[in-house]
Every structure is written in structure tokens, then in C-alpha cells.
Ligand binder design. Structure first.
Ligand SMILES: *[C@@H]1O[C@H](CO)[C@@H](O)[C@H](O)[C@H]1NC(C)=O
Ligand SMILES: *[C@@H]1O[C@H](CO)[C@@H](O)[C@H](O)[C@H]1NC(C)=O
Ligand SMILES: *[C@@H]1O[C@H](CO)[C@@H](O)[C@H](O)[C@H]1NC(C)=O
Length: 972
């Protein structure tokens, strides 16, 4: 009851004062009157007085009880003044007076209307925190806006921004975010997203844990996200109430000021009742925290709802009596009625039962049953890895099918996400389920929420629904579609101007407005290819979608195809661009080396050229002098329809090949023992150096591995997993191979020696550096074949996973010391390296390679907080800063599920480089540069990939085959 106390106390005190004055006056009057009349029966008089006083108090109580009962009946939702078309709102309640009105001219406006189909060419006018005009705006409206601003005395002049035909959308609404409750950088003092006290805690509120200082706000806004639902974490079945906030900084700087519509709190009986929000979670997260199973979870819910139901029923029964005016029966004594039944612990669940909460939930069948047992609606289901398989069940949710909030491709980390599919959004939409794409920030960086919508679109969700999934549909699921998520008169002035059509890869805001306030100061604007101004024409994946449903989310994946061996001649037609390898032989030995070369890039030719491949090698190209002629008859023809041929990519950075389901130990190789922070069993050390080899733990045929293969990422380089200092020797393998015993599966058994030096390891950084120093200076001759011996002799690289610029500086000086002392060269590579840009020229000078495992950095920890933000916040990106300094740069991933998306990372990096990195240089980031940095020397010509419908630099192409020097052409 704590919340109500101040209010009640104040009211009681006020009432008491009034009563005292009244009683005193009456007593004086009565004494006077009695005295006048000579009435001696004072006692009788006083008793009459008491009853008058009581009846006054009862009257007040009756009014309160009637209001409380009216409150019980009231529905949640926006008041009439929020009806945008009625234009009753003359300003946004978050409007900051003095904000200049803004006219965005010459825009292509995706408004969100008509289920995302409406596109208006023209202008958008923002004033008083509202959209006040869309399309062609009359001089009269402009005049009124100018007059308004003079009347305010703010003297803010109308700003006119001509966007030259650029796309404008509503600000993005992230339905599932933990911004501000999980911190960036992550600090224990600001991890306020999860209470671990009990599985059921509907009384907790994310607003009470929201931190206003967090690096993520600026990043998310720079990606066009303006609104986010801040959910508690999922350590509880009911982790608490959620709050929907605008991400911008407010003058008040408080958490409360960020909340869009501060929801109804008990005892506010007046008027408008905004929607409330709450999260229910099921599954592995909670079950692990509380050692429970799914059966426990549903019982937890049922028990909680039973409590809430009792409170609600007591209220309803009570109110029947109040509404009937049955006051006599409600009296507890002469001066008081029974109290309105309330319970602050359960009141939020009572509101769920009354349909006044937008509920976010997971675990379908259980929650659908629960919603019908207790009769409450659900606004959205989240994560929903398997939702696309049970669309009919979703429709059985009490009150109708909720929206489904999903990731695009972040799957398989847990058993319950193993059947997750990139085709889920399209399949759900086909079945009439509203689709929301979400970040679960910081699980995915909310800044790139639009990338989730882009991937959903690439895999078959219509452009209208893909954009709606992060604007109007998410706004609706949050109960805020009357003011955000669309561009229309009367809506909040939250809009984004994009540098390209937002469904194109790398689409970046050039400006973002929240409540009409410009968010990006001096944004850096990228120059995008002209064809990126329209919706990308995505490939046809209908067969893949059908198979996904047919096989319950696990359609068979094939790697190498023995049965379709194509070592003979293959004619590939319709090729618009070709990047291939040039092979040369090293001067000292016969090790071949491979460099990338763009052989042609006929962007504007209509049909594309013909390329003949024989024995897995390109033997002739139409339009170039070559020893063969393309007219020769060949067995097989593959039409790439204006597609391209480019080198296959390499993935590095995740434990691909060593894990299948990260959270399932029985599916993984496990963690290696660390000689610095733990002990390595003597049986492992034996007489050797005890350095673990990743190749010994490899598993082939995993889903993430085969999906990488299918998407043209045919090489993986993986180091042993572990949380300590020494990881071991990495290995290079073919992602399509069936097992390690087949020829060509393992491409190079041992590549480089991998260690980590960082603040997370359970001994000091200085101790880690000391260990490295003593390992380097341990002596040994050129012939020492141990892992460290080869590092010392400069035969294999030492790859150090490191983030902090300060540790990087220490390692550079250690390298210099070592080389000076021994006269040898230490091959060194930094991996992770978020802060490497601060030492770009020193790193280049030292000849050290850098692999950015997050090419678009995120300040996830203290030692990686100094990021290069990238456009629109900075001109340079980490990659361009390092490349310009002359560093050999590679890019990688952290999650094994992202390996398959390497082509998107390559393309995105090139787009962010704004023309300063060529296509072949971009491909090198995930192939030749990476190989060099990691000590991988291919012994045969690496694979090429056939892309149909476009090249790998956008969303229009699809991988349709692999060209292998060993196996010929494999068509998918
Ligand atoms: C939008 O889609 C819904 C559901 O399919 C449909 O009921 C509604 O009529 C559509 N509205 C418009 C304006 O097309
Ligand atoms: C109570 O309702 C009024 C609207 O009638 C609103 O202005 C006020 O903020 C609400 N108070 C609380 C505590 O929600
Ligand atoms: C990109 O290049 C264009 C010129 O081609 C330039 O005007 C613009 O400022 C550049 N943007 C960034 C972020 O480098």
C-alpha cells in the first residue's frame, strides 16, 4: 500500500482539519444555543452533533468509494483528445517550448497508413512536438505555425530542411529493449534489469531500475529508434511491469520524464488511463535461475493469477454493493464503511485481468491456456522461436492472436530457440499474425533494429509489413499507436530521414526527430548508390519457406554434394561481376599465395557475361582474351540472371564447429583448461606443451555451420573456447564437409596460437602480460616445434583477443622489446580490438593485424567503451580508420549464428566506408586479410560463390552454388 499512503495521509489530514474546525464551531454554537434556550440536556445535543459529523465523514467516504468503483469499470486507452483526426491535441505533452517548428520538404514519406502501403510524396511539418501536416502543406498552415511560434514568445523560426527526395519514416519503436536497465558499458552498479528474489514479482517496475546515463541511448537514436518498451529481464516468470519511453534526453534528466504516458497508478480515479505494460517470461532463463521446470512456471503463473482473481472478485462484489447504494450493509461502524479491497502486490495483475495491460509473454501453449483460464488478453509474444509452427494456436489466445516479436537470425543459442527460422516473419504474416521485429537490446544493438526488419524482408516479409514491424505494429502492441509509429497529423513528431530506402542494407538516418527535436548534431551523411533509393528486389525463397514448415523448423541442410559432382565444364551465364583469385607462388618456397582481383564489374550492362568453369576453375570469360571460346558446347548451364561470382568468405570469431547449442553442454566441445588461472591436468601436458588444438574437438554438420556454407561462407577458422588466458591452436576447416576424415574437410590443422588478455579474466591484466612476457622470453631455438616455440620463431602468429587501447599499447611495446632482444619477428594479431583505432598508426607501424569481431562496435564493456561511432555520428568507422592507417584488417563475428551473415557485414562495411574501400578490398576483409592475420595459407585455390540476381553487396542476390577447386561446381 506504500504508494497510496502519501495521498491518503494528505487527504486524511485535510479531512481532519476540516472536521476539527466544524466540530469546534458546532460545539461553540450549541453551547451558545443551549445557553440561550436554557436547555440543560447538553449530552443529547452533543450526541446529535456527533451523528452530523459522522454523516459528513460518511459522505466523503461514499464519494471516494464510488470513484474507486467507477475506476474499476474504466477501460484503458487513449482519451478522445488523442484522436489524431479530431486535432484536439494542440501540442504533444512532451513538447519542449522553444523547439523550432520544422518543415521537411521533398520527401518520400512512408506514413504507415493502409497497413504500410501508403507512400506520400511531399512535405512533413512538425510543430509543438506534433506532426501538423503531411503531403502538400498549405500556406495557411505554415502561416499558422509561424504565428504560433511568435505567440509562444519562443521566437523559434521555422526551419526548412530540403531532403531532396529522401525517404522519411516514423521513428522506430523497439518493442523489446533493456536499454537503461542493462547498462552499456556493462557495470555491476547499473545492472538493474533483473531481480532474482522470486519467480513471480508483478509489483516490480522497470522504471524503478532505469538508468538515464547509458551510451546506448545515443546509439539507438542514431539508428532511427525513438521509442522503446523497457522490459525487465527474463530471470523471472513475472519480472515486473514494463514502461515505454522516448529515448531522447530530457531537460529534467529523470527516468520518469522519459516515459511516454506515465501509466495509471492506483487511486488515480480521474479521467485518462494509459495502457500499462508487463512482461511474463517462461523457459530456460528462469528455469535455470530457480532450478525449476516449465511445469513449475505455469503453476507460478496460475497461483499468481489466482491471487489477482480473488482481489478482482472482491472488488467487483464490493462495487456491486456500492453501485446499488447498499450503504447500510457496508458500514463497519457509525463513522466508517468497509475499505475498498486493494492489494498493492497484486494490483497490476488485477489490471491484466481487467484487460488494461499490454502483456508481453513467451511459451505459447502454456500462456494461451493461462489466458483462457483467467480470461486476459496478450498484446505480444516475444522471441517466439517456434511461433511460426503454431499459428492456429496463437489465434486461440484469449482476446485474439497477439503480435509476434522476433529476431531475424539470432537463433540456436538454446534448445528452445533451435528451430528458429529466418523465414518465421514471412510465415507468420502469411498466416495473419502481426509481426514485430525487436532487438532485445543489448542482446542485439538496438541501433540496428532496422537490420532486423531488412533481414525479415530479404527472407520474404513484404516491404509494407517489414517497415510496419518496427513502427506501427510495434506501436500498436505497446498500446501507443494513437501517437507513435505512424506519420499523420496529430501524431508525435518522431520521424527519421534516411540516406536510402530503409529496407536496403546499411540504411542510415541522416536526421532523427523526437517530439520535434532534432537529435543528430552535424550528422555525417553517406553517399549511397542510386539503386539503394528503392525497395530492394529480394530473391524468391518460397521453397525454403515451405520446407521450413514441412520439417518443423529443421529442414535438412546439405553441405558437400557428392551425388551432383560437377568437375566437368559448366557454363555460367548472366554474370555481371566477377571477383576472383590471382595465384602466385612464393619466392622462397612453393606455398601458393592468392590475391583478389576484380575481373569485371558491368554494373550497367543488361544481360551479363558468360563464364566457363572447368574442374572448378574459371577457364574463360566472355569479352576477354582467353585461350578458350565460350561457344564451345558444355554440359551444364547455370543462369545467374545478372548475378555475380565472388570469392567465398571466411568466418572467424565464434566457436563455430565447437558448439551447436551454446547453452547445452552436451552439444559442445566445452571450455579448455587455462594454465594461468587454473591447472592443466598433467595427463594433458604429458611431455608436450599441453596447448589444446581446436581441430581435435571439431564437430561437422552443425546447423549454423551448414547455413554458413549455404550462404557462401565456406571456410571457418575457430580457436578453442575458454574463458581464460591461453586458448590454444586454431584450425581452418570447410563448413560444408561431412566429417574431418574426408579429404579437404580440415583445410589447415593448426593456424595460429590464440590467447586473451582482458579485464574479465580472473587474474590481473598485469599478471596476464607477465605470463605472456615469460612465455615469449622462455628461450628455445628455431627448431622448437611447440606452439609457443613456433610463435617465438615467428612461424605462426600469436592472436591476442584484446579490447582496450591501453592493453594494446602494452602489447606493442612488448613486441618491440621481444624483437629487439631476440632479433626475431613476432607475428602478432589483435582480435576483438574495439579500441584499436586509438592506436591505428602505431599498430600499422608495428606490422600487427587487427580483426574486428564487431565491425560495427558496441561499448559492451568498460574496456571497449571508446568506440568509433560510425556514420551518422562520425565520418570514419573503426574499419576505415585502421585501413587508412595501413593496418591489415579482417572482420569477424561473435555469435556462431551470425557466421552466415558475413556477406552482409562485408557489404555494410563497404557502404559505411563511403567509397573509400573497393568491393574487392571489402571481400578481402573476410577472406585474404583474415587468412593472413590468422596464419591460414590455403593450399589450393579457395572457393568461389555463385550469386543469382545481384552481387553480395545488397539484398537482391541469393547464393546458388559453390565453385570448388576440389569438387567442381556445386549447385544448390
Ligand atoms: C489492414 O489489415 C487488416 C488485417 O489484415 C485488415 O483488417 C484491414 O482492413 C487492413 N487495413 C487497410 C487500410 O488496408
Ligand atoms: C491521473 O489522471 C490524470 C488525468 O486525468 C493525469 O493527469 C495524472 O497524471 C494521473 N496521475 C497519475 C499518478 O497517473
Ligand atoms: C561521403 O562521400 C560524399 C561525397 O561522395 C561526401 O559528400 C560525404 O560527406 C561523405 N560522407 C561521409 C560520412 O564520409
Amino acid at each position: 500500500m506504500a504508494l497510496q499512503e502519501p495521498r491518503i495521509e494528505r487527504r486524511m489530514k485535510a479531512m481532519l482539519r476540516v472536521h476539527l474546525v466544524v466540530i469546534f464551531t458546532l460545539i461553540v454554537y450549541c453551547l451558545y444555543a443551549g445557553f440561550q434556550r436554557g436547555d440543560t440536556s447538553l449530552a443529547a445535543r452533543l450526541s446529535q452533533l456527533t451523528s452530523w459529523r459522522n454523516s459528513g465523514a460518511l459522505k466523503v467516504q461514499r464519494a471516494t468509494l464510488q470513484a474507486q468503483c467507477a475506476n474499476v469499470r474504466a477501460a484503458a486507452g487513449p482519451p478522445a483528445s488523442f484522436n489524431p483526426s479530431s486535432r484536439l491535441r494542440d501540442s504533444n505533452d512532451h513538447w519542449v517550448p522553444g523547439t523550432p517548428p520544422t518543415l521537411i520538404r521533398n520527401a518520400k514519406i512512408w506514413t504507415g497508413a493502409g497497413n504500410g502501403t501508403e507512400i506520400v510524396s511531399g512535405d512533413v511539418l512538425l510543430d509543438r512536438g506534433l506532426v501538423v501536416g503531411v503531403g502538400s502543406i498549405s500556406a495557411r498552415v505554415l502561416q499558422a505555425v509561424r504565428k504560433n511560434s511568435r505567440r509562444d514568445g519562443s521566437k523559434a523560426e521555422l526551419r526548412v530542411v530540403d531532403v531532396g527526395g529522401k525517404w522519411v519514416t516514423p521513428g522506430l519503436v523497439d518493442l523489446h529493449s533493456h536499454i537503461g536497465v542493462y547498462s552499456a558499458p556493462e557495470l555491476n552498479g547499473a545492472q538493474d534489469g533483473n531481480s532474482r528474489k522470486a519467480p513471480i514479482q508483478p509489483w516490480l517496475r522497470s522504471i524503478d531500475g532505469l538508468n538515464t546515463h547509458d551510451d546506448s541511448y545515443e546509439l539507438a537514436i542514431s539508428g532511427g529508434v525513438t521509442t522503446a518498451q523497457i522490459l525487465p529481464g527474463s530471470a523471472n516468470n513475472i519480472g515486473g511491469q514494463a514502461f515505454v519511453i522516448k529515448l531522447r534526453e530530457t531537460a529534467e534528466r529523470s527516468a520518469t520524464a522519459k516515459v511516454i504516458e506515465p501509466p495509471y497508478l492506483p487511486s488515480n480515479s480521474s479521467g485518462y488511463r494509459p495502457w500499462r505494460h508487463m512482461k511474463h517470461a517462461c523457459g530456460e532463463n528462469i528455469n535455470n535461475v530457480y532450478s525449476q521446470v516449465r511445469m513449475d512456471a505455469i503453476w507460478n503463473f496460475r497461483q499468481a493469477y489466482d491471487q489477482a482473481r480473488k482481489v478482482r472478485d472482491a472488488q467487483d462484489a464490493f462495487c456491486v454493493r456500492v453501485e446499488a447504494g447498499d450503504w447500510e450493509s457496508l458500514k463497519v461502524n457509525e463513522n466508517a464503511y468497509e475499505e475498498f479491497p486493494e492489494n498493492l502486490q497484486w494490483e497490476s495483475l488485477v489490471d491484466v485481468l481487467r484487460g488494461r495491460v499490454k502483456l508481453s509473454a513467451v511459451d505459447f501453449d502454456g500462456i494461451v491456456r493461462l489466458s483462457n483460464e483467467f480470461k486476459f488478453p496478450v498484446a505480444s509474444f516475444h522471441h517466439g522461436g517456434e511461433a511460426y509452427l503454431i499459428t492456429d494456436l496463437l489465434k486461440k489466445t484469449y482476446g485474439g492472436a497477439p503480435a509476434l516479436a522476433l529476431f531475424a537470425s539470432n537463433f540456436r543459442k538454446k534448445r528452445e530457440a533451435y528451430r528458429g527460422s529466418e523465414f518465421a516473419p514471412a510465415i507468420l504474416a502469411e498466416n495473419g499474425v502481426p509481426v514485430v521485429m525487436k532487438s532485445d537490446h543489448p542482446v542485439l544493438n538496438s541501433r540496428y533494429l532496422i537490420f532486423e526488419a531488412q533481414q525479415a524482408h530479404y527472407h520474404g516479409l513484404s516491404p509494407e509489413l517489414a517497415l510496419s514491424s518496427v513502427t506501427s505494429v510495434s506501436a500498436k502492441a505497446a498500446g501507443l499507436d494513437h501517437r507513435v509509429g505512424s506519420i499523420a497529423e496529430g501524431y508525435d513528431a518522431d520521424v527519421v530521414i534516411w540516406d536510402s530506402h530503409p529496407l536496403n542494407l546499411g540504411a542510415t538516418p541522416v536526421q532523427v526527430y523526437i517530439d520535434g527535436i532534432e537529435q543528430l548534431k552535424d550528422p555525417f551523411v553517406l553517399n549511397k548508390p542510386e539503386e539503394f533509393q528503392k525497395v530492394p528486389e529480394v530473391p524468391d525463397f518460397s521453397k525454403e519457406r515451405a520446407d521450413t514448415v514441412k520439417y518443423s523448423g529443421l529442414p535438412p541442410l546439405t553441405g558437400w554434394k557428392d551425388e551432383k559432382k560437377q568437375a566437368g565444364r559448366v557454363k555460367v551465364v548472366g554474370v555481371k561481376s566477377l571477383v576472383a583469385y590471382e595465384e602466385s607462388t612464393g619466392a622462397q618456397d612453393d606455398t601458393p599465395s592468392f590475391a583478389l582481383k576484380t575481373l569485371f564489374d558491368d554494373k550497367h550492362s543488361s544481360s551479363g557475361r558468360t563464364v566457363i568453369i572447368e574442374g572448378g576453375r574459371i577457364v574463360c570469360i566472355e569479352g576477354t582474351a582467353s585461350s578458350c571460346t565460350i561457344s564451345v558446347r558444355v554440359g551444364e548451364t547455370i543462369d545467374l540472371q545478372g548475378g555475380s561470382i565472388a570469392p567465398a568468405l571466411t568466418t572467424y570469431g565464434s566457436p563455430l564447429g565447437l558448439v551447436e547449442i551454446r547453452q547445452e553442454a552436451s552439444t559442445n566441445d566445452g571450455s579448455v583448461p587455462d594454465p594461468l588461472t587454473g591447472s592443466v591436468p598433467s595427463i594433458v601436458r604429458g611431455t608436450g606443451d599441453g596447448v589444446i588444438r581446436a581441430v581435435d574437438g571439431l564437430s561437422f554438420g552443425g546447423r549454423s555451420t551448414l547455413l554458413a556454407y549455404k550462404d557462401g561462407v565456406t571456410t571457418a577458422i575457430t580457436a578453442p573456447s575458454g574463458g581464460g588466458f591461453q586458448r590454444g591452436l586454431a584450425t581452418a576447416f570447410d563448413t560444408g564437409a561431412p566429417h574431418s576424415a574426408v579429404d579437404g574437410a580440415v583445410l589447415q590443422e593448426e593456424t595460429a596460437l590464440h590467447i586473451a588478455i582482458n579485464f574479465q579474466i580472473s587474474t590481473s591484466v598485469s599478471t596476464q602480460v607477465a605470463a605472456l612476457r615469460s612465455l615469449l622470453f622462455a628461450g628455445g631455438d628455431e627448431e622448437d616445434a611447440s606452439a609457443w616455440g613456433r610463435v617465438r620463431a615467428g612461424k605462426i602468429p600469436l592472436v591476442v583477443a584484446v579490447q582496450s587501447a591501453d592493453i594494446i599499447a602494452t602489447l606493442l611495446s612488448l613486441k618491440a622489446d621481444y624483437e629487439e632482444a631476440t632479433g626475431r619477428t613476432l607475428k602478432l594479431t589483435f582480435s576483438g580490438a574495439t579500441e584499436a583505432h586509438l592506436l591505428a598508426s602505431e599498430i600499422a607501424e608495428a606490422g600487427v593485424s587487427v580483426i574486428l569481431t564487431s565491425p560495427r562496435p558496441y561499448p559492451g564493456s568498460w574496456e571497449q567503451r571508446r568506440i568509433v561511432h560510425g556514420p551518422p555520428l562520425s565520418q570514419e568507422s573503426t574499419v576505415t580508420t585502421l585501413v587508412k592507417a595501413g593496418v591489415n584488417v579482417g572482420i569477424g563475428v561473435i555469435d556462431e549464428a551470425s557466421g552466415r551473415n558475413t556477406r552482409f557485414d562485408v557489404a555494410w562495411t563497404a557502404l559505411e566506408a563511403n567509397g573509400t574501400i573497393s568491393k574487392s578490398e571489402a571481400i578481402a576483409l573476410a577472406s585474404t586479410n583474415l587468412h593472413k592475420a590468422l596464419g591460414y595459407s590455403p593450399q589450393k585455390t579457395p572457393d568461389l560463390v555463385l550469386y543469382r540476381g545481384g552481387d553480395l553487396f545488397g539484398f537482391e542476390s541469393k547464393v546458388v552454388g559453390i565453385v570448388s577447386a576440389q569438387r567442381g561446381v556445386e549447385e544448390f
